[in-house]
Ligand binder design. Sequence first.
Ligand code: ADP
Length: 502
Amino acid sequence: MPAPSEQYVLALDQGTTSARAILFDRQGSIQGVAQQEITQHYPQPGWVEHDADEIWQAQLAVARAVLRDNGVSAAQIVAAGITNQRETTVLWDRSTGEPLHRAIVWQDRRTAGICDEITAAGHAELFHERTGLVVDAYFSGTKLKWLLDHIPGARARAERGELAFGTIDSWLAWKLSGGQAHVTDSSNASRTLLFDIHRCCWDEELLALLDIPAALLPRIVDSSGEIATIAAEWLGAEIPLSGMAGDQQAATFGQACLEHGMAKNTYGTGCFLLMNTGRAPMVSSHRLLTTVGWQRQGHTTYLLEGSVFMGGATVQWLRDGLGLISSADQIEALAASVPDNGGVYLVPAHTGLGAPYWDPFARGALFGLTRGTTRAHIARAALEAIAFQSAEVLQAMENDAGQRLSELRVDGGAAKNDLLMQFQADLLGVPVVRPKITETTALGAAYLAGLAVGFWRDEAELTALWQAEHRFEPAMAEGRRTELFADWHRAVERSLHWAKAE
Ligand code: ADP
């Protein structure tokens, strides 16, 4: 048996644009990474598909590559964990292991009409109560219904138990186990619209409403526990698969937001904010989502989730739409070249506004322009807008959870922007903390897997491993913060209902 210092956990991170495999050591440090892009298919406007076989092949290739490139053997891997793009839906044949159709990706809007029908029939509230979600094409249930409705003979075959449904976690576990395990964890199941988050089981009534045969469904397993065994043929020896969680939940775990009230924000293209609400699913009055974080040792941890549509995408728009900068990195120096926003506010409602406004007809707008306004003020307003939007989602969460935030942990591409992080801390009035390891999604999957096999002892050990790289302390006077929010709100008000008024 290899010495503990030569043992690793393998995280398989299957994202929307790439498959990655990352090796973590006992300190939670990265020992190797391999990555491969996956093809995006856009068969019609609003449709997005992935080839499930390509996903599997890419994931296997990167797992093999990370071992080979780092001179690590399968015997040194104590456990593996999967984290995945959520909601993406695969339907396959149990006997051949072949998908019946390309996977329908979370971004795909083809089932918006089905969602409208469910809402018109008065079922939205039932779905909300049971699943913690809003009825939206984003989630898997209506995607699965679409597949069953459109593939000839699929529903009858499903009823006979010949087919299997799964999100990407299930699909990979099935393949890795050589078809032995048809499983999913509650964090992924809680994104299907088919799962009762209170009882933590599939819901017969919701399945009936969507005409989905129960025989299709994977068995629910803990996010950290005995999930399956990776067959020896893939990596050279059997490896326990003992961690599984959707990407945002895994990132929350990887940020060690393990206590009630702890929260993280990922500043990517959009921003994904999640707050740990402990053992209780909190129902949101702001249309935030209630979701399972992870399940471990028989206990379920719940999260509130909210997102900002235009996060880092605001910076991309300044680069590609306005040509104000030539790379995202340049925005910080440009914004820092002026002492403040000069009264300029950018509302990045380019695709409407989400929580807490929920106005699809809002449109982007710039306010407060004067003869003194320069591109630097606009750059600053763009960064501030990312922080204002995130702060408003967090305030909604605090209200829903009845819990004040103590600090915000951050990751994602735009979290490396110090000016943005400092402004975020100023607006929230709590510290914003950026960790040393920002690969939080993969780290979360590794932690879940390693905990299950005793590589890490308990959550307290993970809490101790988490290390801050930079802590941004709030430095703004309360009065100034109030003024800024008041102006931001005036700007948002003026951007609402714009497209409708045309
Ligand atoms: P995703 O996973 O959504 O592709 P990433 O976490 O890779 O996103 O982050 C990319 C986003 O971060 C882009 O939208 C980009 O505009 C933004 N970004 C990258 N660097 C910076 C920076 N220095 N300042 C602000 N935003 C940045």
